[in-house]
Design a protein around this ligand. Structure first.
Ligand code: PEP
Ligand code: MN
Length: 332
């Protein structure tokens, strides 16, 4: 159960009430928000005198639920706004990994030419093998920061683990938590203590309930700026890398108040399918797409098979505008 309490309680009172009710709590604007387990359905007598609002939820999808806020939250960074009443579908694009200054420069030029404001590239890569490229680390973050100041783009980049979480929070405009780290509670809790937007990717073996509950760790830490990203789940199918769960995306749109972004690149795993999937995602009226594009995909140091080349990406973007317009949205 979510409770809004009057915001004039002393720190001692807050601590005592939170401990007595096993509540997570945080302050947001003028409000003091307590989140009790979902099994609590009525405002406890011992706290009722302080309560200014209450919401009982079916499950521990609480702060992310439509029961609590029956609208899509607005999340913004730089000049980008998604959710709320914006009607924006944001394109977040770039190479899988930051590889060199020249590569990022070429990527940034492409995005600028197409009016796209968000570059995404990984500096800390969570790879499936320890014998492959692991990312440029801090040097990669610095290259991304250079691209931001040179081209006026905003940067989405991944935090892989606790060893560099402070650096990523400092350098990124949007912090990506990848599918393989969805359950890293250290990262989730740390990201709850910043106000920077967090793009949380669904673990490929996780249910929607588990996914959104991970988002609750960030929200209940006091960071309201969480974006969900469906990027494909594992099914019996092996011809494609994963299976993009568009049913899941529909569920998230219906039952959560968080912006939803879809990632056709990691779901498909092969460039040939990415444009069609990206169009299908756009037609769903989601808040954004994450697409991998590389100046020379065959030479990419990670995820080479799924990255579009620049011409393929240009052609794709052109087709997305009318699809977005047909569902009452605009591509930004
Ligand atoms: C990525 O975004 O490059 C990535 C590693 O994706 P995921 O976490 O979805 O596997
Ligand atoms: Mn990738």
């Amino acid at each position: 159960m979510i409770l809004h309490l009057q915001n004039n309680l002393s720190d001692d009172q807050i601590q005592q009430l939170a401990a007595a009710h096993k509540a997570a709590w945080f302050k947001q604007f003028d409000e003091l928000v307590f989140v009790l387990p979902a099994s609590v359905k009525q405002v406890p007598d011992s706290i009722s005198q302080y309560v200014t609002g209450s919401w009982a939820t079916d499950t521990d999808i609480q702060l992310a639920s439509r029961t609590y806020r029956n609208e899509v939250r607005e999340v913004s960074w730089g000049s980008t706004v998604i959710g709320g009443k914006s009607g924006n579908t944001v394109l977040i694009a770039g190479p899988c990994s930051a590889e060199s200054t020249e590569q990022l420069d070429q990527s940034a030029k492409l995005l600028t030419e197409l009016g796209i404001k968000n570059i995404r590239a990984g500096a800390f890569k969570p790879r499936t093998s320890p014998y492959t490229f692991q990312g440029l680390g801090l040097d990669g973050l610095k290259m991304l920061a250079d691209v931001r100041s040179k081209y006026g783009l905003t940067v989405v980049t991944e935090v892989r683990d606790a060893t560099h979480v402070e650096d990523v929070i400092e350098y990124a405009d949007v912090i990506q938590i990848g599918a393989k780290s969805m359950y890293d509670h250290g990262l989730l809790k740390r990201c709850g203590k910043t106000q920077k937007p967090v793009l949380l990717k669904r673990g490929f073996g996780s249910t929607l309930q588990e996914f959104v509950q991970c988002a609750e760790f960030i929200l209940s830490g006091g960071n309201p700026n969480v974006i969900l990203c469906e990027r494909g789940i594992r099914t019996f199918e092996t011809k494609t890398r994963f299976t993009l769960d568009l049913c899941g995306a529909a569920y998230l749109k219906e039952y959560t108040n968080l912006p939803v972004i879809l990632d056709p690149s990691h779901a498909m795993g092969y460039a040939y399918g990415v444009p069609d999937l990206a169009r299908a995602c756009t037609a769903m009226g989601v808040d954004g797409l994450l697409v991998e594009v590389h100046p020379t995909p065959v030479k990419a140091l990670s995820d080479a098979s799924q990255q579009l080349d620049h011409d393929q990406f240009r052609a794709l973007v052109k087709t997305l505008h009318p699809i977005a317009a047909a569902v009452g949205r605009q591509i930004i």
